[in-house]
Design a protein around this ligand. Structure first.
Ligand code: PRX
Length: 680
């Protein structure tokens, strides 16, 4: 870091510096005429925001009219806490809005999707799809699903690498009204089996493998292993990506005598390109996506069709300032296996008729400038990534982005975790050349889309703050008893009104849905607020500063994990009697995972076991959940009532010299032993 950079950060931190919108900025891409931003001033933002809260039905009804509906709604919103119904009585189809609407409007030959594979031998492998080409593939795969017996309402599991076929598969599901359950390719066989069983899914779409940092991720092998742990799967559809050796299951897997494994290309060959879009009720489920909570079991977050479509469309349009015909090229680096990829690679972007990029692999393959070479090659105008990636780029050095022409960039975005001001400044300077507004977007799997966010070149930004609420979002900082907190006082973040993208439930668990989101905070009249699980404060300008989770969920590299999930994985190992997992500061990941483990008799607390335990967690959940630190300890610190003192463990994992209040600690000798336990 240069001295100038360091002193700049100090100024930011000490003076709470605000970055004013860049004068004369336009989100139009290179060579295009400048475009007028959708929102031109803070005054306009405030007026629109006020209207969205005072008259949500009028506001969202107007927005929804920008999209295609087979049948209009009778009522925009039906709200009876905790159940929101949006666009009641309307029918639509999201794949139709992503594809057919543009083809019908004469834009069938416009670019819809650009894909780049990871291997670089002889240059990158790039594929491009127009709306017409993409629709043809989507319709074919929709017919494939039908031919395998998938009907409206059946859950289709998707466990794929970042190849165009993954986008094709999700859009095909949306086309026929089969909710998808996408599982991130980094999850293990056990994680697949849990999710398949929970959703009672009979079909999984996968690939022989996927490329990641030069190696093949054995997706089909993981699915084979998952099939031995659950017996609901009748069909496994395999896309051939890597040509690696895989085993093939020829036998029927169900009583109908259907064979289990099918090649994607065999099924596609016979399928027709014609598949009319199903007329979906606005409240028909669109997908389920599993995310971590405070218990050991991930929960299936449910989103429906109409509200999700309108909310992700509008947030994409305003937060990135998307305009068709302005030479924009949008790239979100997330995986479609996470909500960010669902909403901001596919569903929110495509209805805006701006081409979206999918990249298959790692940011540093074959060299740490891979992302910047993609930006240069495809003239990317909009770039959306996670703070953890930015911190990794900082570490790899400025010379990598400096090798490339990044002049096409117009808007930079971040998501997934709080961004530290150092990373914000680096992004602003080295990637944005101090010309690109940064949108730090706070939201969650449950919210479907952006909730607290700047609008580019409109909202003055402060490094580390996700700024102000999006339209329709009534956010507050409250105490445990629901009382709004004064400025600059930390509290719980709460959302007071339903917005179109609000989750509609947790699959199969109504009680948990109410308990987790709609019970903790209530106003004086007993009306529940939505509780996201984050702590935050608001400053004197009304800007929100997220302080992190207030529950036992940690955010590792922007990925959400329940500490209980990792604990359950650890105690399922024969050597482990008890385990406690906490987050700890990590230079790149933001939060790392520290595990305190008590072993059973006869097991040696050594490096070999430490390695085994890490691998075991990897097998139970996935590589993202492997602890960064495992400390063996004879006992865990507990209160007299038997609760593990996690705050104390957090202090120890963070290397804090003076640990927090220990007055309720049952056995003081544990503390001394813990301090002696070696990290590793
Ligand atoms: O703690 C917040 C953090 O990520 C959580 C949501 O995680 P997930 O459902 O996996 O969705 C991630 C992608 C939307 C939130 O409860 N988080 C997300 N964005 C931010 C953030 N924390 C601070 N600033 C953000 N911009």
């Amino acid at each position: 870091m240069t001295d100038a950079h360091r002193s700049d950060i100090e100024t930011v931190l000490t003076e709470n510096r605000t970055f004013a919108p860049t004068a004369g900025w336009s989100s139009a891409g290179p060579g295009a005429e400048p475009v007028t931003p959708h929102v031109a001033s803070m005054e306009q933002y405030r007026e629109m925001h006020a209207r969205s809260l005072a008259d949500p039905e009028g506001f969202w009804g107007d927005i929804a009219n920008e999209l295609h509906w087979f049948k209009p709604w009778d009522k925009v919103l039906d709200w009876s806490a905790p159940d929101a119904k949006w666009f009641v009585g309307a029918t639509t189809n999201l794949s139709y809005n992503c594809l057919d609407r543009h083809i019908d409007d004469g834009h069938g030959d416009d670019l819809a999707l650009i894909w780049e594979g990871e291997p670089m031998d002889g240059g990158p492998e790039v594929k491009r799809f127009t709306y017409r080409e993409l629709r043809a593939q989507v319709c074919k795969f929709a017919n494939v699903l039908k031919s395998l017996g998938v009907k409206k309402g059946d859950v289709v599991t998707i466990y794929m690498p970042m190849v165009p076929e993954m986008a094709i598969a999700v859009l095909a599901c949306a086309r026929i009204g089969a909710p998808h359950s996408v599982i991130f390719g980094g999850f293990s066989a056990s994680a697949i089996a849990d999710r398949v069983v929970d959703a009672n899914s009979k079909i999984i779409v996968t690939a022989d493998g996927g490329w990641r940092r030069g190696s093949i991720v054995p997706l089909k092998d993981n699915v084979d292993a998952a099939c031995t742990q659950c017996d609901t799967l009748d069909h496994v559809v395999v896309f051939e990506r890597c040509g690696n050796d895989i085993s093939w299951h020829h036998e029927p897997s169900n009583s109908h005598g259907d064979k289990r494994d099918h090649w994607w290309h065999d099924l596609m060959q016979a399928a027709s390109e014609d598949c009319p879009a199903e007329h979906m009720d606005a409240e028909d489920p669109l997908f389920v996506l599993y995310t971590s909570g405070t218990t050991g079991k991930p929960k299936g977050i449910m989103h429906t069709t109409g509200g999700y479509m309108v909310f992700t469309y509008l947030t994409s349009k305003y937060v990135f300032d998307l305009h068709p015909d302005a030479n924009q090229v949008y790239w979100c680096t997330a995986d479609i296996g996470w909500i960010t990829g669902h909403s901001y690679i596919v569903y929110g972007v495509m209805p805006n008729r701006v081409p979206t990029i999918m990249y298959e692999g790692a940011p540093n393959h074959p060299t740490p400038d891979r992302f910047w070479s993609i930006v240069e090659r495809h003239k990317v105008t909009h770039f959306y990534t996670a703070p953890t990636a930015i911190r990794a780029f900082m570490k790899w050095g400025d010379n990598h982005p400096r090798k490339h022409n990044l002049q096409s960039l117009r808007v930079l975005g971040t998501v997934g975790e709080p961004i530290n001001p150092e990373a914000w400044m680096w992004y602003h300077r080295i990637i944005g050349h101090e010309k690109c507004p940064i949108v730090d977007t706070w939201w969650q799997t449950e919210t479907a889309g952006h909730m607290l966010t700047p609008l580019p070149a409109v909202t003055p930004t402060k490094p580390g703050s996700c700024t102000l609420p999006f339209f329709g979002v009534d956010a507050a900082i409250v105490s445990e008893d629901g009382v709004e907190q004064p400025n600059n006082t930390g509290g719980l973040l709460a959302i007071r009104k339903p917005w179109p993208g609000v989750l509609r439930g947790i699959l199969g668990d109504r009680e948990r849905f109410i308990d987790v989101y709609w019970s903790r905070i209530k106003d004086a009249s007993g009306e529940p607020y939505y509780f996201p699980g984050d702590g935050a404060r608001r400053d004197a300008d009304g800007y929100f500063w997220i302080m992190g989770r207030v529950d036992d969920v940690i955010n590792v590299s922007g990925h959400r994990l329940g500490t209980m999930e990792v604990e359950s994985a650890l105690v399922s190992h024969e050597a482990v009697v008890e385990a406690a997992v906490v987050g700890m500061p990590h230079e790149i990941k933001g939060t790392g995972i520290a595990a305190f483990v008590t072993l059973g008799p006869g097991f040696d607390a050594d490096e070999t076991l430490r390695k085994q335990l890490r691998e075991h967690v990897g097998n139970e959940i996935g590589a993202i959940a492997k602890p960064d630190q495992i400390r063996f300890t004879e006992a865990l610190p507990k209160t007299r009532s038997g609760k593990i003192m996690r705050r104390l463990l957090r202090d120890i994992a963070a290397g804090v010299e003076k640990v927090g209040d220990t007055t309720t600690l049952e056995d003081y000798s544990v503390l001394a032993k813990l301090r002696e336990s070696k990290e590793g």
